[in-house]
Design a binder for this molecule. Structure first.
Ligand code: CA
Length: 418
């Protein structure tokens, strides 16, 4: 598709993408927007110009967060996407092009992105069989790598929504209680084993009433789109506290998401069949639909020294989202199978995404095998875990038919503990 707007050839945001976000222009009010090339189409301006009046209420796009639009559901999402496509397409709906276009577009570099939705609840799964197997081998070398329940249900835990932050937010090194195996007693202090987790999360749509599970066949109506997720993890705090109730302060200090929600409609060309599941899951987790998405993922690191010497960020891992054992529909059906209620804007993250080769792992604990084999950086430095001043950038994109459906980045720099 061609646009009358200038969109760079390798842009993450061609006309086929149209991801949703929220931004603050020049310190002013928060508006919703859609990324188009290096610009943002201001959805409040589109609504105020009456360009969606025949589709949905203006208030949905004039809000300061996507929650009302998320609640409106898939018919509304698709109709707005089709209208925006027509307004931007060469030879399409001429109303936007005929208007004073300056009031509809802002440059991405001139604005600050904010969280696209109010995230009321955040759940993190553990759905990569490669990741779960690696951790099992590391910590239970004499036992079965996978716990007996792993192939029967998508394991997850409730994370901390209040500390989900947008791309670019600095991450203060957490302090906490930890006890190395050789130490007799625990101590309190800055985490010495700070890590990343490369994940993809989905943002929930309308949701369900308490007591009424979402059937797996209806999952598509409740999943708006995807973001990149970095589930920052303090391995030393985590290892000492998780016996016996699971992740708590080793995870809750920060979770970074990318600023643009890429819709399932935009990702449709990248949808494919996922891995075969053996044994077959229970009926409430069975689906014949294809629920894997071929999203290429990369992890870049740049240390303080690299920045000072002008050394570009170094890609330390490349993998794909397509190989996840448990898919989003199964995660959603499982998460609501007991009747719990999900709400518009809730975030459901995949769990660390690792491939089967050493260059496709989604965390330092796997890449360095629990810190035993540090990574060599281009500056000559070595990394077992993150040092202060390190910046991590997660990137994701899907390429189909010459167009690139990109996510932008989820970045965060480590600041010293306070
Ligand atoms: Ca995680």
């Amino acid at each position: 598709m061609e646009s009358w707007r200038d969109i760079g050839e390798r842009s993450d945001f061609p006309l086929e993408n149209l991801p949703y976000g929220a931004f603050r222009a020049h310190g002013g009010a928060v508006h919703l927007g859609v990324a188009v090339g290096e610009d943002v189409l201001d959805l409040a301006a589109v609504a105020q110009a009456g360009l969606i009046d025949d589709i949905c209420e203006r208030e949905l796009l004039e809000a300061a967060s996507l929650n009302p639009f998320l609640a409106a559901g898939p018919d509304c999402w698709t109709a707005v996407r089709e209208r925006l496509t027509a307004l931007l397409q060469l030879g399409g709906d001429a109303r936007l092009r005929a208007a004073n276009v300056d009031r509809f577009f802002v440059r991405q570099r001139e604005i600050d992105m904010v969280l696209p939705a109010e995230i009321g609840d955040y759940v993190d799964f553990y759905s990569s069989i490669e990741h779960a197997t690696n951790l099992g081998r590391m910590f239970r070398p004499d036992g079965e790598a996978l716990m007996p329940n792993w192939r029967h249900l998508p394991i997850g835990y409730h994370g901390r929504a209040s500390t989900v932050v947008i791309d670019g937010t600095p991450i203060v090194r957490p302090r906490g209680q930890r006890k190395p195996p050789q130490a007799a007693l625990p101590t309190f202090g800055p985490s010495a084993r700070l890590d990343i987790e490369l994940e993809v999360g989905f943002i929930a749509g309308p949701g369900n009433a308490m007591g009424e599970p979402i059937a797996i066949a209806d999952a598509r109506e409740h999943i708006f789109g995807l973001v990149l997720v970095n589930d920052w993890s303090a391995r030393d705090i985590q290892a000492w506290e998780y016996q016996l109730l699971g992740p708590f302060l080793g995870k809750s200090f920060a979770t970074t998401i990318s600023p643009w929600i890429v819709t399932l409609d935009a990702l449709e060309p990248c949808r494919m069949a996922g891995p075969q599941q053996v044994p077959q899951p229970l009926p409430y987790l069975q689906t014949r639909d294809e629920w894997a998405y071929d999203i290429a993922l990369a992890v870049d690191v740049q240390s303080q020294t690299m920045r000072e010497r002008g050394i570009a960020p170094q890609t330390i891992s490349r993998t794909t989202f397509a190989g996840m054992y448990w898919n989003m529909a199964q995660q959603l059906a499982h998460a609501t199978s007991n009747g719990t209620a999900i709400r518009p804007g809730d975030l459901y993250a995949s769990g660390t995404i690792s491939g089967s080769t050493p260059d496709s792992l989604g965390s330092f604990i796997e890449m360095t095998w629990n810190g035993e084999r540090p990574i060599e950086l281009a500056s000559g430095e070595r990394r077992a875990f993150l040092e202060d001043g390190d910046e991590i950038a997660l990137r994701g994109w899907c390429e189909r038919g010459g167009s690139r459906i990109g996510f932008g980045a989820a970045r965060g720099m480590i600041l010293p503990a306070r």
